[in-house]
Design a protein around this ligand. Structure first.
Ligand SMILES: *[C@@H]1O[C@H](CO)[C@@H](O)[C@H](O)[C@H]1NC(C)=O
Ligand SMILES: *[C@@H]1O[C@H](CO)[C@@H](O)[C@H](O)[C@H]1NC(C)=O
Ligand SMILES: *[C@@H]1O[C@H](CO)[C@@H](O)[C@H](O)[C@H]1NC(C)=O
Ligand SMILES: *[C@@H]1O[C@H](CO)[C@@H](O)[C@H](O)[C@H]1NC(C)=O
Ligand SMILES: *[C@@H]1O[C@H](CO)[C@@H](O)[C@H](O)[C@H]1NC(C)=O
Ligand SMILES: *[C@@H]1O[C@H](CO)[C@@H](O)[C@H](O)[C@H]1NC(C)=O
Ligand SMILES: *[C@@H]1O[C@H](CO)[C@@H](O)[C@H](O)[C@H]1NC(C)=O
Ligand SMILES: *[C@@H]1O[C@H](CO)[C@@H](O)[C@H](O)[C@H]1NC(C)=O
Ligand SMILES: *[C@@H]1O[C@H](CO)[C@@H](O)[C@H](O)[C@H]1NC(C)=O
Ligand SMILES: *[C@@H]1O[C@H](CO)[C@@H](O)[C@H](O)[C@H]1NC(C)=O
Ligand SMILES: *[C@@H]1O[C@H](CO)[C@@H](O)[C@H](O)[C@H]1NC(C)=O
Ligand SMILES: *[C@@H]1O[C@H](CO)[C@@H](O)[C@H](O)[C@H]1NC(C)=O
Ligand SMILES: [Cu+2]
Length: 601
């Protein structure tokens, strides 16, 4: 080989290296996972219950990737009913086909069949999670997703010595989805959990649970990155670790300015990255969590269980008879502590992790969140003639799932599945947060109304909590397909002339779920640059099931790169009737009626 050729070879290798690097940066790595969903008996709280779980574990398997990777998850449904899985907080650019909410982007994966999700990681970095998005199956089908910085880069904080995952969950007694179906049809209250869990275990303070309490072994002097997921079905949670402060460095797959705190408030759907320095004396310390109850303070029969796990120092020492309990864990109704924590959160907004808050808003929406009454007679419910049933709504519309998914109807131009008249404003203005609001205006109607957004629209949404039915409480609102900036939070009624003056456009937190405070409002902004069909809803599943949900259809841009991708070759069928749920009895004609509108039972 002469000199010249050698040079060429070197040049060619260099070129290959560059190509590889570019591909790597653009495409990341590809991973394959198989999730097998199957019923399994678990004995917890002196009670044996069969639950659908992924690969036999509760919580389910962890997915670990680097930023920019792609993951294929082949979900095998070996359970008894249809299921879908959602990849919470992952934007899935141009790929709503793999987002997962049932009847929004797909029909359920039938028992005995499988479906492969293609999960495209783009700007997310930190901790997110996956969960079932059909019925309340997510109570037992969920797990963490770890997104490490791109290969060759690192965290925007000193590298922790080790990492740990804490998944907060909730336990139910009985066949949860069967109870849910019955309650939906009769229009009564939906099921309540019997305990909360840390990594699947209720912990020492609950009956029959001491032997299985989760233990986290630490070494004195080390710093840990604690990845916390709130997978609870329907409750905000306070969490603290005895005698250890926590430093929040990330949330919902985005970095935050570090804040040191002795407890966190975390809504269902949210994830947080916390640093913990194990520098206390050798011993055992409880990590504990309990519900933050924001509804009527007169109510006392909500789930008041304290779930615990043990942080245990390794070493040769006499273990105390009982670990210490965190004194800093707020009590159930401590609205002040909840708000004090959530209003401290800020984006990191650094040169390496910039933010891009839309300033020139082109679509403004003002959306009321309400508990409502619904007339039974116009739905498939079985309450007595003339009776009203419980419901919830957005701008006085209570979301009703159609019989085939909205995405397919939109993509294939199938009419009669949804309408595009979701209103930008509530039908009437009143003192939203007033006391003793008339019950007459609490009546709502079912609807499958979507809001259509043009590609690249700069959107501002103000969510206004209401006290209709004396049902004021927090609502952790979650948007699929996007992260959004929380530019404002306030109590009382939103004042559209004065409140915007106080918006944080400098370092607002970038999240996918954020709670609207009780009798308050939340202002958020995002650029509609991800074409697709995207569900948004309260992440308290009680409220979502009652209809506190909506859909954005974001239209394609002008190019292929700004348009929805081709659908996968196979999508679960909508023809097979799945599980019964509340529908409009005389709603849409045609296509929707042919399929799973039919009630099985
Ligand atoms: C789940 O179980 C299946 C079947 O046993 C196995 O092939 C797969 O690797 C498991 N997946 C994970 C993420 O552990
Ligand atoms: C769970 O236990 C019940 C009662 O012992 C049994 O009938 C059922 O088959 C078990 N289910 C599974 C999935 O093992
Ligand atoms: C179902 O799983 C098999 C292998 O287990 C795979 O070859 C097939 O592509 C999967 N089908 C879908 C629709 O994901
Ligand atoms: C936690 O932080 C607070 C406020 O900074 C401080 O007063 C307290 O001593 C810290 N506690 C521990 C255990 O480090
Ligand atoms: C433990 O570490 C935290 C965080 O680095 C620090 O604020 C605190 O003062 C330390 N406490 C002790 C007892 O060293
Ligand atoms: C949880 O802890 C609080 C305060 O420590 C206590 O008042 C409450 O009774 C406990 N809950 C249960 C169910 O034991
Ligand atoms: C633990 O400490 C005790 C007393 O300090 C000592 O007698 C014993 O040998 C130590 N055990 C080990 C395994 O180091
Ligand atoms: C804001 O957006 C509108 C519509 O896209 C455009 O006409 C206008 O020039 C923009 N204004 C600024 C200040 O960018
Ligand atoms: C309910 O259905 C009846 C006809 O069956 C109709 O007249 C009425 O307007 C409907 N009410 C609502 C609230 O949709
Ligand atoms: C709305 O109701 C709240 C709570 O009763 C009250 O404090 C407030 O003054 C009312 N606002 C208006 C404009 O009437
Ligand atoms: C919501 O709509 C229902 C039915 O059309 C109506 O009776 C009720 O007054 C409306 N409520 C509000 C707050 O606008
Ligand atoms: C505030 O809302 C009122 C209607 O309630 C509307 O007329 C006005 O234009 C709004 N102002 C702004 C700045 O959006
Ligand atoms: Cu809610």
């Amino acid at each position: 080989m002469n000199f010249k050729n050698k040079e060429l070879v070197v040049e060619f290798l260099g070129f290959l290296f560059l190509v590889a690097q570019c591909l790597c940066m653009v495409e990341g790595e590809i991973h394959f996972y198989d999730f097998v969903l199957r019923e399994k008996n678990f004995t917890k709280m002196c009670n044996t219950e069969s639950m659908l779980v992924a690969n036999g574990s509760l919580p389910g398997p962890v997915i670990q990737v680097h930023k920019g990777d792609t993951v294929y998850v082949n979900v095998h449904n070996e359970g008894d009913y249809g299921v879908t899985v959602h990849w919470h907080g992952i934007m899935q650019p141009r790929n709503p086909w793999s987002d997962g909410p049932e009847y929004i982007t797909q029909c359920p994966i039938e028992p005995g069949s499988n479906f492969t999700y293609e999960i495209i990681f783009s700007t997310e970095e930190g901790t997110l999670w996956w969960h079932a998005h059909s019925d309340w199956t997510r109570a037992s089908v969920h797990g963490a997703i770890i997104i490490l910085p791109t290969r060759g880069s690192t965290y925007p904080f000193p590298k922790p010595d080790e990492e740990e995952i804490v998944v907060l969950g909730s336990l139910y007694s009985g066949n949860l989805n069967a109870m849910l179906d019955a309650d939906i049809r009769t229009g009564t209250d939906l099921p309540h959990s019997i305990a909360y869990t840390i990594n699947g275990e209720p912990g020492d303070l609950c009956d029959c649970s001491k032997e299985t309490t989760y233990r986290w072994m630490v070494d004195q002097g080390k710093t840990y990155l604690l990845r916390v997921v709130n997978a609870v079905v329907a409750a905000d949670i306070f969490f603290a670790i005895s005698q250890h402060n926590l430093t929040v460095v990330g949330m919902d797959g985005h970095y935050t300015k570090p804040i040191t705190t002795s407890y966190i408030t975390i809504s269902p759907g949210q994830t947080m990255d916390l640093l913990l320095t194990a520098n206390q004396s050798l011993g055992q310390y409880y990590m504990a969590a309990r519900q933050f109850w924001s509804q009527s303070i007169q109510v006392s029969d909500f789930n008041q269980f304290n779930t615990t796990a043990i942080l245990q120092y390794r070493g040769n020492y006499t273990i105390p008879s009982s670990p210490s309990f965190p004194k800093t864990l707020p009590l159930y109704k401590d609205v002040q502590s909840a708000l004090k924590f959530t209003t401290r959160l800020r984006s990191l907004a650094s040169k390496e992790h910039p933010i891009n808050v839309p300033l020139n808003i082109t679509t403004k929406m003002f959306i009321t969140l309400s508990m409502n009454d619904l007339e039974c007679r116009n739905t498939t419910c079985t309450a007595k003639e003339g009776e009203n049933i419980l419901a919830a709504g957005l701008n006085n519309i209570s979301w009703s799932n159609p019989g085939i998914d909205i995405l397919l109807a939109y993509y294939r131009n199938i009419s009669g599945v949804y309408t595009t008249d979701f209103p930008d404003n509530p039908p009437s203005f009143f003192n939203f947060t007033g006391e003793d609001l008339p019950t007459s205006i609490a009546l709502t109607e079912l609807g499958t109304k979507v809001k259509v957004l043009n590609y690249n629209e700069a959107v501002e949404v103000v969510f206004q909590g209401t006290n209709l039915m004396a049902g004021a409480g927090i609502h952790p609102m979650h948007l699929h397909g996007y992260s959004f900036y929380v530019v404002g939070i306030g109590l009382g009624n939103f004042e559209n002339e004065t409140d915007p003056k106080g918006f944080n456009l400098v370092d607002p937190p970038e999240v996918n779920t954020f709670e609207v405070p009780k009798n308050g409002w939340l202002a958020l902004r995002f650029i509609a640059n991800n074409p697709g069909v995207w569900f948004w809803h309260c992440h308290l599943d009680r409220h979502m099931t009652w209809g506190m949900a909506g859909v954005f259809i974001v239209k394609n841009g002008d190019t292929v790169e700004t348009s929805i991708r081709q659908p996968p070759a196979y999508l679960p069928s909508c023809r097979v009737p799945t599980r019964p749920r509340l529908q409009m009895s005389d709603g849409f004609e045609g296509k929707a009626n042919e399929s799973s509108f039919i009630l099985l039972h």
